[in-house]
Design a protein around this ligand. Structure first.
Ligand code: C5P
Length: 233
């Protein structure tokens, strides 16, 4: 029978990427970071000097993007045109403009198609997929609603604004004082506001279990998610 699909959505700073990776490693599943695919699309357009405000040009570029996602939770990598762009797609200049690409509806259709193909491969026994068909933890903004609404487990990971800002500030600047919190505001809040114009990832859809990580550490959040998964299987 087919492998399991665990879909996890949430805003930036909710802990979604760290938690999803850890859960995938724990359950020996593949890990698919769909945000990294929007980042890769942005990297690819920038490298080709495509004007990010030119929607048809962006769509065309993304359709031609030679993207390969390495779904090992111990070392997830993003490779585009044989270039390992795992680190490059995290740069601030790219993060600042990724919403422009992610709000292009044709881009979303294309990336959702690629995401479903990866999920299908990871849940099909007998393929030489990463997980050997055991399944996948896929995380993003619209996995529970658009990409995999029929996933076996669907979770919305949330955290209050203060917790999300504090985490991102620590991650980026090593501390969360007044100035680093302010510097983090654009990356977290402005980006979520922009992203919200295309998907409503801040409220749980029907049948989606909400996990609030505001008062939880990483280990506790991983445990909470594992408990939800165990209950659903
Ligand atoms: O999660 P991460 O910050 O890497 O996501 C980068 C961007 O990709 C988000 O700001 C959002 O614009 C976009 N995204 C999306 N749908 C997803 C995952 C990410 O639009 N499923």
């Amino acid at each position: 029978d087919r492998g399991v699909v665990v879909a996890i959505d949430g805003p930036s700073g909710s802990g979604k990427s760290t938690v999803s990776r850890r859960v995938a490693a724990e359950l020996d599943l593949a890990y698919l970071d769909t945000g990294a695919m929007y980042r890769a699309a942005t990297w690819w357009c920038r490298r080709a000097d495509v004007d990010l405000d030119d929607a048809p040009a962006v769509t065309g570029a993304v359709h031609a993007m030679p993207l390969r996602m390495v779904t090992d939770p111990a070392d997830p990598r993003v490779v585009c045109d044989d270039v390992d762009i795992t680190a490059a797609i995290r740069e601030a200049v790219l993060t600042a403009v990724v919403s422009k690409v992610a709000t292009n509806l044709d881009v979303r259709t294309e990336l959702a198609r690629l995401q479903r193909a990866i999920i299908a491969e990871e849940t099909t026994p007998g393929t030489d997929s990463r997980s050997g068909g055991r399944g996948v933890v896929a995380e993003g903004r619209d996995i529970t609603t658009v990409v995999a609404p029929d996933a076996d487990v669907r979770i919305l990971l949330v955290a209050d604004e203060q917790a999300r800002l504090t985490r991102r500030a620590r991650e980026r600047h090593g501390n969360a004082d007044h100035s680093t919190l302010e510097a983090t505001r654009d990356e977290v809040l402005r980006r979520d506001a922009d992203d919200s114009t295309v998907s409503t990832f801040l409220t749980a859809a029907d049948g989606v279990v909400t996990v609030d990580s505001s008062a939880l550490g990483i280990d506790e959040t991983v445990d909470a998610v594992l408990t939800v998964i165990a209950g659903a299987r």
